[in-house]
Design a binder for this molecule. Structure first.
Ligand SMILES: Nc1ncnc2c1ncn2[C@@H]1O[C@H](COP(=O)(O)OP(=O)(O)OP(=O)(O)O)[C@@H](O)[C@H]1O
Ligand SMILES: [Mg+2]
Length: 492
């Protein structure tokens, strides 16, 4: 069968960064094609070339048999290419409905009136049971909600090729299932799907073919079913890696964080990593934001090392020794226009300022050590954060807070979009922080990962902590309490 899309020997440079060096890819109608590779391997860049958002420097691109060169997103879109982006490209000041129809009004004949647009959007949202409202403003949405809007946008029209760049990294299991259903439906109507993910387990649900990139080059292509997870990881990384992380528990130290809020009474000891589990909307992120002073608590107490600090702003939280590493790196994590080095040292300038002067060598040295420790793929410490691949941006956020050396560290979905190998590095760093005597609270929607890392797990449901489970608990048990709360019989 002739390929719908054929890329051969694609080259792309960004200044000194050789992002793609001979990438090949063939996608067929009616198939789901997984695109895998480590952070910075060039996946998003390759997809942006297909979608007309970046121009290639070399190589050939054939679409339905003929050579093409999509110079602008509009050209790719008109040819039948749709893309769900890794980083939200929505217009933040507009509503969900307005975003869904932005630039697409002509797809539906005459311009839609606001009311009609809102209704059409609301119907689409309800058809997929997404927790959104058509008139919500995008700037107020969580990363997961923005992701759902991106997905709905790509659903419109009858695209021949749909690109999903990490669509599920911030979604709940139920929403991810809905995404798989959408993908299968697209495949059935004969579309080709290109699917990027770092959650290898989800590929078993949907992938027909797989292409693996390493350092901008295609190192493997073939049927998905022929590969084991170990083989995939091996192709991605170029050597053997152990992708199960096992943490040695430490003897617990003194209580560093003591929380007494309505619905949430718990403490975290020095050397401990406590996991916070729950379904999306259970209140895990909200709890982290209260602890970090983003949404200050009206009553109750939050103690760090025995002193009530109840932060009224992130600034107060930082001063009290609390750090929040968030999943939302675009909005709260990074200054995208500033160099990596500056981003990393921003939260603790006294480390690199001597007698009022910023010491660039110190800043560079700090940055270089984190670039090495976290294996950040960047041109150097001067590269702007916004130019890094998604996973590498997340590593910069982590570095920034590690450098600050807080007492209490809140990780909210820290490994979102991070590849298998880098996950181990991040877990290793969390473990190291615990060994240095810090208290760590970690939110993750990926239960297996939470079970590997956490010393105990607090389960939240409807804004309250309903259960504490010890190390060694199971996924089923956590899910049971997350879904039903405590005190109800386990359904058979
Ligand atoms: N606009 C840009 N300017 C400079 N460098 C860039 C730009 N876009 C991407 N890069 C670099 O190109 C390389 C590939 O990035 P890309 O975003 O394609 O990676 P990726 O495979 O999608 O990674 P991830 O899994 O982290 O999303 C990285 O080194 C990145 O820093
Ligand atoms: Mg990417």
């Amino acid at each position: 069968m002739a390929a719908l899309l054929e890329l051969e020997g694609i080259e792309k440079r960004f200044g000194g960064v050789h992002a793609l060096r001979g990438a090949d890819l063939r996608a067929h109608a009616g198939q789901v094609h997984a695109l895998l590779g480590e952070n910075g391997a060039g996946k998003s860049t390759l997809m942006k070339i297909i979608a007309g958002m970046q121009r290639r420097d070399g190589g050939s691109m054939r679409w339905q048999g003929g050579t093409v060169d999509f110079a602008r997103p509009k050209e790719a879109h008109e040819a039948g290419v749709a893309m769900v982006h890794q980083e939200s490209l929505l217009a933040h000041h507009l509503t969900v409905a307005e975003n869904l129809f932005l630039g697409r009004e002509n797809l539906r004949g005459p311009l839609l009136d606001d009311g009609g647009m809102r209704e059409a959007a609301q119907r689409l949202i309800e058809a997929h049971k997404f927790p959104l409202q058509a008139d919500w403003r995008v700037e107020r949405l969580s990363p997961a909600e923005r992701q759902l809007v991106e997905i709905l946008r790509a659903l419109q029209g009858q695209s021949k090729l749909v690109i999903f760049d990490e669509p599920t990294s911030s979604l709940s299991d139920a929403e991810a299932e809905e995404v798989f259903r959408i993908v299968r439906q697209m495949r059935e109507r004969g579309a080709a799907i290109l699917y990027i993910t770092h959650r290898l387990v989800e590929l078993a649900e949907i992938a027909d073919q797989v292409t693996i990139l390493r350092d901008g080059e295609t190192v493997h292509a073939g049927p998905f079913a022929e590969l084991t997870t170990d083989e995939i990881v091996h192709h991605m990384v170029g050597r053997e890696v152990e992708h199960i992380y096992a943490r040695e528990p430490l003897p617990p130290g003194p209580e560093l964080l003591q929380v007494d809020l309505p619905g949430a009474r718990f403490s975290v000891r020095a050397g401990e990593i406590v996991g916070l589990a729950g379904l999306m909307g259970a209140g895990r992120t909200e709890l982290c934001q209260t602890l970090f002073g983003v949404t200050p608590a009206a009553e109750g107490s939050i103690e760090v090392e025995g002193t009530n600090v109840l932060p009224r702003s992130p600034r107060e939280a930082v001063e009290a020794g609390i750090a929040l590493i968030t999943e939302d790196r675009q909005r709260t994590g990074l200054a995208l226009d500033l160099p990596l080095a500056t981003n990393m040292t921003l939260a603790r300038l006294d480390g690199v300022v001597r007698s009022g002067l910023l010491r660039f060598q110190d800043e560079r040295a700090v940055a270089n050590s984190f670039i090495e420790k976290l294996r950040i793929r960047a041109a150097g410490p001067e590269q702007r954060a916004g130019k890094l691949s998604g996973g590498n941006q997340q590593k910069v956020v982590i570095a920034k807070w590690l450098y600050r050396e807080p007492t209490v560290v809140l990780f909210d979905e820290p490994t979102r979009g991070i590849d298998v190998n880098a996950k181990r590095e991040v877990f290793g760093l969390m473990d190291q922080m615990a060994r240095e005597g810090k208290a760590i609270l970690m939110v993750s929607s990926e239960l297996p990962e939470l079970l590997q890392v956490a010393d105990r797990i607090l389960v939240m449901r409807e804004g309250r902590i309903v259960k504490e489970l010890p190390r060694g608990t199971t996924q089923q048990e956590v899910m049971h309490f997350a879904a039903l709360g405590d005190g109800e019989a386990i359904p058979r």
